[in-house]
Design a protein around this ligand. Structure first.
Ligand code: UDP
Ligand code: MG
Length: 313
């Protein structure tokens, strides 16, 4: 029996893209010659996305499901919610905006068949704005450095996972997480392949600059303590410098007499050190805030209904 493929698609205000997605996705999945299902998650859309998804479920009962979230939980939590509704041996994630061509899915399935349990992807010719690409490059580099994970392209969400990896990911219960990094953590045999990338078909990116920054902090704080630990040595070096400076001033006072000039240099130094301290406090805040969110133990996402699924009334 060939292994079943579950495709997970997070949807947030994608009414313009949904009518084009399934007509491209379904033939690809049919072409695999094995059982398949598509699990959409409506991540609290305020447009007609949910209606369109319900229609898609009605059109292909048993094949298409739609998890309806009560409110927006963010792309990664939405995917987590959908993971819980999948039952395929292989799970593929895909964006709804057609930036990840569905035609690449057979490649991913092929790699999973070869025995790799996490198939990562690198967007060979990325079609995003220059700014977005530059930001991603910085993030990919620093994250690689901080976490020690060797992943070339964290941002590409067209990925394939073996059931075992999906199960540990859903069991992880992390509130602010980043799925590709989490998968990398649990992978026994990861592999990366090149995939095509297209421009967003319709609409605009759902990530504002602020949301992107927050997501990148999720990635950093979730998978590394280095940003936090950096401030220890930094403080130590600053303190050493301060002591050296003090000794110099003392000696100077004894030899040349007390000084009055250079007050503004001192200001500059003081501001610099204060800046570093504030950055450090901010960094601690990033961790503490996430710890607070986690310990409150509120549900990570709220499922209202699963259309076409077991929980439907
Ligand atoms: N998405 C989501 N919830 C959100 C934001 C985005 O489910 O809060 C979905 C969105 O509908 C799309 C995917 O996540 O299918 C990627 O989002 P987007 O294309 O806006 O991100 P970008 O390609 O700019 O990184
Ligand atoms: Mg996109």
């Amino acid at each position: 029996m060939p292994r079943k493929v579950s495709v997970v698609v997070p949807v947030y205000n994608e009414e313009a893209n949904l009518p084009r997605l399934l007509p491209r996705l379904v033939p690809v999945l049919e072409g695999l010659g094995r059982p398949w299902e598509v699990v959409f998650v409506d991540d609290g859309s305020r447009d007609r996305s949910l209606e369109l998804l319900k229609a898609a479920v009605a059109e292909r009962p048993g094949r298409v499901k739609a998890v309806e979230l009560l409110r927006n939980a963010g792309q990664h939590m939405a995917i987590m919610a959908a993971f819980g509704e999948t039952d395929g041996e292989y799970v593929i994630t895909l964006d709804a905006d057609l930036q990840n061509p569905p035609e690449e899915i057979p490649k991913l399935v092929g790699k999973l068949d070869e025995g790799f349990d996490v198939v990562g992807t690198i967007r060979s010719k990325r079609r995003d704005s220059l700014f977005r690409r530059a930001a991603s490059r910085i993030v990919n580099r620093t994250t690689g450095l901080l976490t020690g994970m060797r992943l070339n392209d964290y941002g590409c969400m067209l990925r394939g996972y073996h059931r075992d990896v999906v199960d540990v990911m859903t069991a992880s219960d992390e509130v602010s997480t980043f799925i590709p990094a989490l998968a990398q953590l649990y992978a026994r045999r990861p592999v990366e392949i090149d995939v095509a990338h297209e421009e967003r078909a319709e609409g605009e990116s759902k990530y504002s600059l602020l949301r992107l920054v927050r997501l990148n902090f999720d990635l950093m704080t979730g998978f590394s303590l280095v940003p936090l630990q950096l401030f220890g040595p930094l403080g130590f070096v600053t303190a050493l410098f301060g002591v050296g400076f003090g000794i110099y001033l003392l000696v100077r006072r004894l030899v040349v007499g007390s000084e009055v000039e250079g007050v503004f240099t001192l200001f500059a130094l003081a501001f610099m050190v204060m800046g570093v301290i504030m950055a450090g406090v901010g960094m601690v805040g990033e961790y503490v805030g996430r710890i607070y969110q986690q310990v409150r133990g509120r549900p990570r996402f709220l499922v209202r209904l699963v259309h076409g699924g077991r929980r439907e009334p």
